[in-house]
Design a protein around this ligand. Structure first.
Ligand SMILES: NC(=O)c1ccc[n+]([C@@H]2O[C@H](COP(=O)([O-])OP(=O)(O)OC[C@H]3O[C@@H](n4cnc5c(N)ncnc54)[C@H](OP(=O)(O)O)[C@@H]3O)[C@@H](O)[C@H]2O)c1
Length: 288
């Protein structure tokens, strides 16, 4: 990975930090994206001291804010003439329904629109850097998801795990549609289920937090879980692999719903509309 520039979102902790560490250990220049300066600086420091690499830098953005994503993308494009790997990893489960600064339900906004907007803003740079790779961290939870294009804001009913599962189904639909659009460009897009992981992910309170806390000692470590993202981002074995879903570094079949081309195309259109709309309203960027 010498000479390669890799951006990893949600790299201040959990799977993302271990993905960033793994890519830095392989010689890549790594952009750690986080929303909190102190956690970001701690992550960068830990990766630098573990890997001996000085090519690890921090960029701040709250990825639930479209204005912040636009600022992040502009900073990346301004600072780096190339981008070889984009790992969309930042995600969360929210016990209660809530809204972002753009007025969008926050699970869908962070977990799907965050991936969509950052990727589309960086896509030209990735294309110009080809061969390049996009890795989207999804989840096996997508199997419980339903793509309710008429209820993207979960107005009818909000059940935290289902909203999360829907957003992870959106990750797969987005990855496959992106891969179709990128065919022949030298840029690939693949998705990952990292496993069930003892990260900060489940520390959200409620019944999900309780259940997660109970099983946490038996789960994969974030280092183990990062292996598939690192593999897809760096291994020559998957240099030409495009539009696939991986678990434990092996290609797997995702749900039937995730392979619905029409739903994927409609989700793309809806995502474009929701991100254009926020750009037009000039929604404010958060303090990060
Ligand atoms: N853990 C699992 O069992 C599991 C299973 C399947 C899939 N996944 C997926 O794996 C990915 C990583 O999860 P994880 O387990 O590593 O969770 P984690 O330990 O909670 O880490 C999440 C990362 O995302 C960042 N993040 C959260 N909200 C953000 C925001 N609004 N703006 C910018 N960054 C934000 C966090 O930053 P802060 O440090 O500021 O909080 C943190 O760096 C997620 O996409 C998740 O859906 C996880």
């Amino acid at each position: 990975m010498q000479g390669k520039i890799c951006l990893v979102t949600g790299a201040t902790g959990g799977i993302g930090r271990e993905t960033a560490r793994g890519l830095a250990a392989r010689g890549a220049t790594v952009i750690v994206v986080g929303r909190d300066r102190a956690r970001g600086e701690a992550a960068v420091e830990s990766i630098r001291s573990d890997t001996g690499s000085s090519s690890v830098e921090l960029m701040l953005a709250d990825l639930s804010s479209q204005a912040a994503i636009r600022q992040l993308a502009a900073a990346v494009l301004g600072r780096h003439p190339r981008l070889d790997v984009l790992v969309n990893n930042a995600g969360a489960l929210f016990p209660r329904r809530g809204f972002t600064v753009d007025g969008i339900e926050r699970t869908f906004a962070l977990n799907h629109l965050g991936y969509f907007l950052l990727t589309t803003l960086l896509l030209d740079r990735l294309r110009k850097s080809a061969p390049a790779r996009i890795v989207n961290v999804a989840s096996a939870a997508h199997r419980w998801g339903r793509m309710r294009l008429d209820d993207l804001q979960a107005e009818r009913r909000y059940v935290a795990f289902l909203a999360y599962s829907n957003s992870k189904l959106a990750n797969l639909l987005f990855t496959y549609e992106l891969a179709r659009r990128l065919e022949g460009s030298g840029v690939t897009a693949n998705a990952v289920h990292p496993g069930t992981v003892a990260s900060e992910f489940g520390t959200v309170g409620g019944w999900f937090g309780l259940a997660f806390g109970a099983v946490k000692p038996f789960l994969l470590s974030p280092t183990e879980a990062a292996a598939t993202s690192i593999y897809l981002a760096s291994s020559p074995e998957v240099a030409g692999t495009n539009g696939k879903y991986f678990i434990k570094c092996r290609e797997r079949r995702s749900s039937g719903a995730s392979q619905d081309h029409e739903a994927a195309a409609r989700l793309w259109q809806a995502s474009e509309a929701l991100t254009r709309a926020a750009a037009a309203t000039g929604a404010p960027a958060p303090s990060a």
